[in-house]
Design a protein around this ligand. Structure first.
Ligand code: NAP
Ligand code: G4F
Length: 344
């Protein structure tokens, strides 16, 4: 017999982030009592949650602070935990490797230990990532070797091995990893490449900015829609046994493809020329709209991600709903609406 989610209690770490906001909406719509772990910030950390009709409970805490996690778990009394909190910027992980390891590895250990002591039957979802596959040849699935090339990927892999696989085997804990490939939305942080392109080209269109400077245009990513991906997280918690799943679209595009798709939606005609650091895209008036800046290159790069999510399709009956073209349109139209309002 399936247990109805109504009345179940969930604790979401990283509730203020992109995925946290979509997952909160999903769980509230299913009747969950939702608690969100929020760390102190000088700005309003709850901006992504302001438009929700019903609200989650907020508990203050930090993955770096064991006592705060114990208090949060005691207050939330969760049946399910979704650990979405992380230093999630791969580029920044090269600049702040210790902080990345502290949050993305040790932080997971603190949370899992606190949760297990409080309730050994708790179910924990860990936000693992396609970045862990790193240099592994595509397509990547659950059997593919992990070859991470960034401090971010390394910390996430250690957390997966020690606290997901390790604690499942040693302690019989219900804990699972979602190896999620890149997923985007109008709520995506503005430094990730898709949102940076969307906002910048809208600003170019509105005459608010001259051009956008990017790094590696040849990197290939399997980009899906965040709203679809949180469904998969929830489904992983509803299985008989905890298992790890790849969540992806099975389609890959270059950063340059994303630029072209976004520009076409805005009726900006781009003509590309040059190569490597000299590559540029100009508009019909021969004005440079896209330029490469080596500042945005990474010391080591993941060249090609392409997920094979047949296991999730079979077990979870999950599949992506929004195509690449529709995802880019959603993001561009959302930024266009918001920025047009701003200049009226
Ligand atoms: P995001 O928008 O950057 O959100 C990250 C969240 O973590 C924010 O709520 C942030 O809080 C919180 N956080 C950071 N450090 C913390 C700490 N020390 N203690 C407590 N909270 C902390 O990331 P996202 O895109 O939603 O991704 C969610 C998770 O999925 C992350 O773990 C990410 O690594 C993983 N992931 C993402 C993708 C993707 O494509 N989006 C793919 C695979 C895996 P503040 O608001 O205070 O900064
Ligand atoms: O948008 P990105 O910063 O995402 P990245 O590095 O793939 O990481 C995201 O996806 C991971 C899943 O695979 C998550 F685990 C992680 O938390 C995060 O959500 O960069 C995408 C690609 C990279 O190859 C990067 O080198 O775009 C390239 N890129 C080119 N120019 C740029 C830029 N990336 C950024 N952020 N900014 C640029 O100007």
């Amino acid at each position: 017999m399936k247990v109805s989610p109504k009345g179940r209690r969930a604790l979401i770490t990283g509730i203020t982030g992109q995925d946290g906001s979509y997952l909160t909406e999903l769980l509230l719509s299913k009747g969950y009592e939702v608690y969100g772990l929020v760390r102190r910030s000088s700005n309003d950390p709850l901006v992504r949650l302001h438009n929700l009709k019903s609200k989650p409970h907020i508990v203050y805490g930090n993955l770096r602070d064991m006592a705060s996690l114990e208090r949060a778990i005691k207050e939330a009394r969760p049946d399910e935990i979704y650990n979405l909190a992380a230093q999630s910027d791969v580029g920044i992980s090269f600049k702040c490797p210790e902080e990345t390891e502290e949050i993305n590895y040790y932080g997971v250990g603190r949370l899992v230990n606190a949760a297990m002591r409080f309730n050994p039957k708790v179910r924990i979802y860990q936000a693992s990532t396609s970045e862990m596959f790193g240099k592994t040849k595509p397509p990547q699935n659950e059997e593919s070797p992990f070859l991470p090339v960034s401090p971010y990927g390394v910390a996430k892999l250690k957390a997966h091995e020690d606290f997901v696989v390790g604690y499942r085997e040693k302690h019989g804990l219900y804990i699972c990893s979602g190896f999620l490939f890149n997923h985007e939305s109008p709520r995506r942080g503005e430094h990730f490449v898709t949102r940076k392109i969307s906002i910048s080209l809208v600003k170019v269109k509105l005459g608010l900015q001259d051009r956008v400077e990017l790094g590696n245009l040849d990197a290939k990513r399997d980009w899906g829609y965040a709203g679809d991906y949180v469904e998969a997280m929830w489904k992983m918690h509803q299985q008989k046994k905890p298992q790890d799943y790849v969540v992806a679209t099975g389609e890959s595009h270059t950063v340059r493809d994303f630029v072209n798709e976004a520009a076409a939606i805005l009726a900006i005609k781009l003509h590309w020329s040059g190569q490597g650091l000299r590559e540029v895209a100009k508009n019909e008036k021969r004005k440079t709209i896209v330029r490469v800046n080596k500042m945005f290159y990474r010391p080591t790069e993941v060249d090609y991600l392409l997920g094979d999510c047949r296991k999730a399709a079979k077990d979870l009956k999950w599949g992506p709903q929004l195509s690449f073209a529709k995802l880019v349109r959603l993001m561009v139209e959302s930024d266009l609406a918001a920025l047009s309002r701003g200049i009226k």
